[in-house]
Design a protein around this ligand. Structure first.
Ligand code: NAD
Length: 448
């Protein structure tokens, strides 16, 4: 019962045990130990849910989370240390500092596409902040959800309560009072979360998605650029929040990319993605139907073949116009539209007319072009020369802006999410320098 889980997490928080640095370090290390000792089980679950290759599961889920734990372990003492603030002369003698308080009980709601990483990185960060957690994994990755429910109690005890289930269970959970809600998923549900959080004035982090554009110009080696774009796009069969959603290029560059991309895709998946163990599957029939629907009437460059029974959709490239169905929503699957724009200015205008993206990717050797995108666009992240790899840099905040999200985490930013920076001011009663400002007032000269 969701109610019981929240009560248990609350009780575990109120023991005060998690406040101590050593306990926090032990808890976050338990996340790493769990992943290392149970790698086989988590890898099998990820294969069952999404047919991820074990190497891909290591790189993007298990190893990724362990790296985040290591980075946090190394820095936590420093990140939690009180910060001094300077005191204006008029208030001296006094001291001022900022201390980081845990928030309490955190609700983490995770999606299905990276169901280990996107559950455990926030859980680990919340524990590092001294909190206890209720985790709601995604029902759409049921094998991974079951693995998390199986192992978390063993490694983390009462500090992390797992509540499995779908919309009804999450709706029940959201009626409870939490001290923070950390949600990863789509923006429609993000609105549901915000509304529920408003009832208790609970602060919320929303890690959302949207269409992440790519701009390519002819100053780059197009084969090398296509290789990187295809890697980022077809990882996890395109079901990655920071996957390149579509490519903008001039007619000439678009024509060249359409020649190069099919060759590059063949190289990635040994000529036949269907029989390659390196290529994943669409999560379920609903998403499969949505994606194949987007391909109806599309101008295919490569791919397009599919098999419903196997949830297989080939790595696909299409030529598209801005009015095509594939350009109306986040694709979240292995379809890459190439959209022609006359020039760089038109590409910028195209991006700025739409929602601020989670990530924006630019392939150009031209300094002025890079500067132009840096200064004139707003996105969760801006990457030159590679998609998605910025997540591997623990010092970079990961989050969106506007419709692509609210708040950011990873590394030190996670500690900002999961702690409260409490202002502490300490002024001795004597000497009483405050008497200068007590009434009765004396018509002071107002100066700043
Ligand atoms: P999903 O369907 O698994 O939903 C996410 C979570 O929300 C699940 O735990 C689910 O049970 C819960 N949920 C679903 N409907 C709900 C409702 N009506 N009320 C309460 N809870 C509900 O995942 P999804 O939303 O399909 O995930 C894909 C989206 O997430 C894409 O838009 C993608 O870009 C985005 N995403 C963002 C990030 C990021 O870090 N910014 C990472 C991964 C995915």
């Amino acid at each position: 019962m969701s109610n019981d889980a929240v009560n248990l997490a609350r009780k575990a928080f109120e023991t005060g045990e998690g406040l101590d640095l050593d306990t926090r370090l032990r808890r976050i290390d338990a996340v790493r130990r769990m992943l290392l000792e149970q790698t086989a089980d988590f890898t099998a679950a990820l294969s069952q849910d999404l047919r991820k290759h074990p190497d891909e599961s290591w790189m993007t889920e298990i190893g990724f989370t362990c790296n985040e734990v290591q980075h946090t372990t190394k820095n936590l003492r420093k990140w939690l240390a009180p910060e001094r603030a300077s005191v204006p002369l008029s208030l001296l003698p006094a001291t001022a500092k900022i201390v980081r308080d845990p928030l309490g009980v955190v609700l983490v709601i995770a999606p299905w596409n990276y169901p280990v990483q996107l559950s455990l990185v926030p859980v680990m960060a919340a524990l590092a902040g001294g909190n206890t957690v209720v985790l709601k994994p995604s029902e759409l990755a049921p094998a991974t959800s079951a693995a998390l429910a199986r192992w978390i109690p063993e490694y983390l005890g009462e500090a992390v309560q797992v509540v499995e289930g779908g919309v009804p269970e999450t709706t029940e959970l959201l009626k409870e009072r939490f001290d923070h809600i950390f949600y990863t998923g789509n923006g429609q549900v993000g609105k549901v979360i915000l509304r529920a959080a408003a009832e208790h004035l609970t602060p919320v982090t929303l890690e959302l998605g949207g269409k992440s554009p790519v701009y390519v110009d002819d100053s780059v080696d197009l084969t090398a650029a296509a290789q990187r774009i295809a890697w980022g796009k077809y990882l996890n069969a395109g079901q990655t929040c920071v996957a390149p959603d579509y490519v903008l290029a001039s007619p000439e560059t678009a024509r060249k990319l359409a020649e190069v991309l099919p060759k590059v895709i063949k190289g990635l998946f040994e000529k036949d993605p269907r029989s390659s163990s390196d290529y994943g599957r669409i999560v379920n029939q609903r998403h499969f139907g949505r994606l194949t629907g987007l391909l109806e009437g599309a101008e295919l460059v490569t791919g397009g073949d599919s098999e419903a029974g196997d949830l297989y959709l080939a790595p696909t490239v299409v030529r598209a116009k801005s009015t095509d169905p594939v350009m109306q929503e986040e694709i979240f699957g292995p379809i890459l539209p190439i959209v022609e724009v006359p020039d760089e200015a038109a590409a910028l205008a195209f991006i700025k007319e739409r929602d601020k993206p989670l990530a924006l990717y630019v392939f150009s050797e031209n300094k002025a072009t890079r500067r132009n995108f840096m200064d004139n666009t707003s996105s969760g992240a801006l990457c030159f020369g590679v998609p998605a790899a910025h997540l591997l840099v623990p010092g970079l905040p990961f989050g969106g802006v506007g419709p692509s999200g609210m708040g950011a985490y990873h590394g030190r930013d996670s500690i900002d999410v999961f702690t409260h920076r409490k202002a502490v001011f300490d002024k001795p009663l004597k000497p009483d320098t405050m008497k200068l400002i007590y009434p009765p007032f004396n018509n002071l000269k107002h100066q700043v």
